[in-house]
Design a protein around this ligand. Structure first.
Ligand code: ADP
Ligand code: MG
Length: 801
């Protein structure tokens, strides 16, 4: 058949006519100025088979334009094989969403890259960079695509230097004129980089980062972003701007400028540009990325395609698209986490636990108390008693603000175990606290003739062997200790209940190790005084049931809290002296970031000397710190407990749990150096009796955050308010300590913002685990495998199925 060239141009003709204007369009940053009348009409005329990708071109964003042009160029430049023609279109013509579907370096007909391929298949990622990437948890192309940006920079609207105004944040692009280091008289190294665009020049300055000078070479193109400051009467500058040297023209430049560009969290050996190029090359893989969520669930939750959300996060056409895309991924992430937790809980409850009704012992203990339980205590005890009387292992978290009276709840639960002929263990985070628990439990249980043993690190030799053989014998008793309880060689013969006090100090792993000592699955009670924001509790302890002791023993009045500057500290010592004169006692706490930090430990010692011979002369001021031997600590605590010492000057070893109701003053030195949770804990050491108590926060905070913390402390004593504020200031990883707590790191979800998503995810997960325990059905299996891959190790899910 004769080809009619007047109607439909041949492929070769189209290619030659199109390529030039398309390349020009690329060079001009896709401004639709390459051909008169607009690119869309032009393509429609010369290559109707490519026209679909140019629909509405004039109205597209820069990224969409770019991908349309690149797609078309790739199609035109590809070899003209017949059967490849079909795939060619599918691969390179952008979809209706206008998302980039082609890659830069990746030849359309080159090896097709799959999500499971190693990143080294991508251009510019050699073995060296790949090993840096491995450090970021990125080995495969799929990992790379999941490494979503930490921020974005809008380089689609670059400002010209001439129009910049002092004080604004701006992104400019220009050529480097010079880059020099010089030193000021005050021995500061300043790097000054002069940059020019069509409208004028500007300098970028860096302080004391001499290496910056080498980054900028004369003649190179650079994007700078930062705050515009005045340098001289007619000159502006950017101080410490974020800078990126751009590739010279051509297609690659368009990945890095003229659009909203992603910025990633990277190791310093890796540039944004290299990483961004790699992601760009990997984009075509998105469509073959499997979404583990079953179709029906995605529809129910109205989740759009995974690929689109990831693509948007990496290369958004518009900043407004980011939040919906993030939420899409956050919900999926929270769903997987919730499934892991729901399944973990289900599995644990398949085991059998002893039925602990207590044989009347809890009632006898209760009758021996000098006061009645508060309503909150009664309610929580009812829940605990109910759990313990069941064959399913209890997994319960008891939350209660400092001083709400959790110890007696632990004692009642332990009584239920012992009364039934089982052993109970109480694990505390510090020796001091273990020691204190030992004393109070002995006081409670001696009249009931229950043996209370202690196991600490310090115990050696015969004493230790005796304790161990008692534990192993299985005779009913209560063991109190620190991590020493979970060391190798500690065996319980008949462990029915484990109580973990101040859980946030222990990892999930440790909790389980202790449990494994038992022949059956013991019940677990976790107590924490650090109020945990609900969203955190649901993730970190999502496999636990939660009870809240939401009331204080009667007669407590809030601790009066004052923040005082270091210059006013005399007034603090006056207050201490007058309280001591009334028979009360005081704590003075000094910060100690690290027990091994000798300088600070000396600071504590020095302060004690100062107080003894100065402001508090005549009072018995005792010193307590982490480097003391256990016997010494014990002696000091005993002296303070019996009011032989009126003032206890201590490092943060007193932070948790110490209970001396006669102490009414808490003085915290350098208070701005403590975290909110810690401050709240410390303040909780006073206000434990009927007398009015006082807390003095001494500090001249140098940071805004430090100031904020002291303000919060001075204005509220509500532990939950403080916890929320803490989470806001520090973020979840810090609040719980990701490493210690076993809280899995969340990449997309933000527990502050996503509380609603979390609730939704949790509901969905619980329903699913109820309907399909173990997620064994074929449609749920891929989901379960994904959950295990993501959270299995962290949550010790084991390998099921
Ligand atoms: P926390 O919850 O911080 O562990 P504790 O268990 O140490 O609190 O209790 C704080 C203080 O309150 C202790 O001195 C304890 O004896 C006392 N206490 C506990 N429950 C009551 C109650 N129902 N009535 C009066 N005092 C109580
Ligand atoms: Mg306690």
């Amino acid at each position: 058949m004769q080809e009619d060239s007047s109607k439909a141009p041949s492929q070769e003709q189209a290619a030659s006519r199109l390529q030039k204007p398309l390349r020009l369009e690329l060079k001009q940053a896709c401004q639709d100025k390459a051909v008169a009348g607009g690119l869309e009409a032009f393509v429609r005329r010369w290559a109707p088979e490519l026209a679909q990708g140019f629909t509405g071109y004039a109205g597209l964003g820069p990224a969409e334009r770019l991908s349309a042009v690149q797609g078309a160029l790739a199609a035109l430049e590809a070899p003209q094989g017949k059967d490849e023609g079909g795939t060619m279109k599918a691969e390179t013509v952008p979809g209706p969403a206008g998302a980039p579907a082609s890659s830069l370096r990746l030849p359309v007909f080159g090896p097709v890259i799959r999500p499971s391929d190693p990143v080294t298949l991508l251009a510019s990622l050699g073995p060296k960079r790949a090993s840096v990437l491995r450090g970021l948890g990125v080995s495969t192309v799929e990992d790379l695509l999941w490494h979503t940006p930490r921020d974005w920079q809008d380089r689609s609207r670059l400002r010209s230097i001439a129009e910049l105004a002092e004080g604004e944040m701006a992104t400019v692009q220009g050529r480097i004129l010079s880059s020099v280091n010089f030193r000021t008289r005050s021995r500061l190294t300043i790097t000054e980089v002069a940059v020019q665009d069509a409208s004028g020049t500007l300098s970028a300055v860096y302080f004391n980062q001499p290496f910056q000078q080498r980054r900028f070479k004369q003649g190179e193109l650079v994007v700078l972003s930062g705050k515009v400051e005045r340098k001289g009467p007619r000159r502006l500058q950017l101080q410490n701007p974020e800078a990126e040297v751009l590739p010279e023209g051509g297609e690659e430049a368009l990945v890095h400028t003229g659009r909203i560009v992603p910025l990633y969290s990277l190791a310093k050996e890796l540039s944004q540009r290299v990483f961004r190029s790699a992601v760009w090359q990997a984009l075509p893989c998105l469509d073959s990325l499997a979404d583990p969520l079953p179709q029906a669930m995605r529809e129910r939750l109205r989740l759009g395609p995974l690929a689109a959300a990831l693509r948007t996060l990496h290369f958004p056409a518009d900043l407004a698209q980011l939040e919906p895309a993030r939420q899409r991924l956050a919900l999926e992430e929270l769903l997987m986490l919730s499934l892991a937790l729901a399944e973990k809980k289900r599995l644990e409850q398949e085991n059998l636990a002893p039925v602990l009704r207590g044989g009347g012992l809890p009632a006898r203990l209760m009758a021996s108390l000098p006061w009645a339980l508060t309503q909150a205590q009664q309610r929580v005890w009812a829940q605990l008693g109910g759990d313990l009387a069941m064959e399913k292992p209890m997994r319960r978290l008891v939350q209660g603000d400092v001083g709400s009276g959790k110890t007696v709840l632990a004692a009642l639960a332990l009584a239920a175990a012992v009364g039934e002929g089982w052993q109970g263990a109480l694990m505390a985070p510090t020796e001091i606290l273990a020691e204190q628990h030992l004393r109070s439990l002995r006081r409670l249980f001696e009249p009931l003739e229950v043996e209370v043993l202690s196991l600490t690190q310090a115990q050696k030799g015969k004493g230790r062997r005796e304790v161990l053989s008692h534990l192993a014998s299985g005779q009913p008793l209560i063991a109190v200790g620190t991590q020493a309880l979970i060391q190798d060689g500690v065996e319980f013969g008949r462990l029915g209940l484990v109580v973990v006090d101040e859980q946030h100090r222990f990892g999930v792993r440790q909790r389980l190790t202790l449990s494994k000592k038992a022949k059956v699955e013991p019940h677990t009670l976790v107590m924490t005084a650090t109020p945990i924001p609900r969203t955190l509790a649901m993730t970190a302890y999502g496999d636990l049931d939660v009870s809240v002791v939401d009331g204080m023993p009667p007669g407590r009045s809030p601790v009066l809290t004052r923040w005082v500057g270091t210059k006013q500290r005399e007034m603090v010592w006056d207050a201490v002296r007058s309280q001591v004169a009334e028979g009360r006692q005081a704590y003075v706490v000094v910060p100690l970031v690290d027990e091994s930090d000798k300088a600070e430990w000396q600071a504590a010692t020095t302060l004690v000397e100062e107080l003894r011979f100065g402001a508090l002369a005549g009072l018995n001021v005792a010193l307590l710190h982490g480097r003391m031997k256990p016997e010494e600590k014990e002696a000091v605590m005993a002296a303070f407990g019996s009011n032989q010492a009126q003032v206890l000057c201590a490092t943060t070893v007193v932070e948790v749990g110490v209970d001396v109701p006669n102490a009414t003053v808490m003085v915290i030195e350098d208070a701005d150096r403590f975290g909110l949770a810690q401050l709240h804990q410390l303040r909780g050491r006073v206000g434990r009796g009927h007398a009015q108590s006082y807390c003095f926060l001494i500090g001249d905070p140098k940071t805004e955050e430090g100031r904020k913390r002291l303000e919060v402390m001075a204005t509220t004593s509500d532990g939950f308010v403080i916890a929320e504020e803490d989470l806001r200031l520090r973020g979840p990883g810090e609040v719980l300590g990701t490493r210690q707590s076993g809280l899995p790191e969340l990449r997309q979800a933000d527990l502050l913002k996503d509380a609603d998503l979390l609730l939704q995810a949790r509901q969905e997960a619980e329903d699913l685990v109820r309907l399909d325990p173990g997620l064994r059905s074929p449609e749920n299996q891929p989901l379960w495998r994904a959950v295990q891959a993501r959270f299995g190790e962290k949550l010790e899910l084991g390998n099921v199925g």
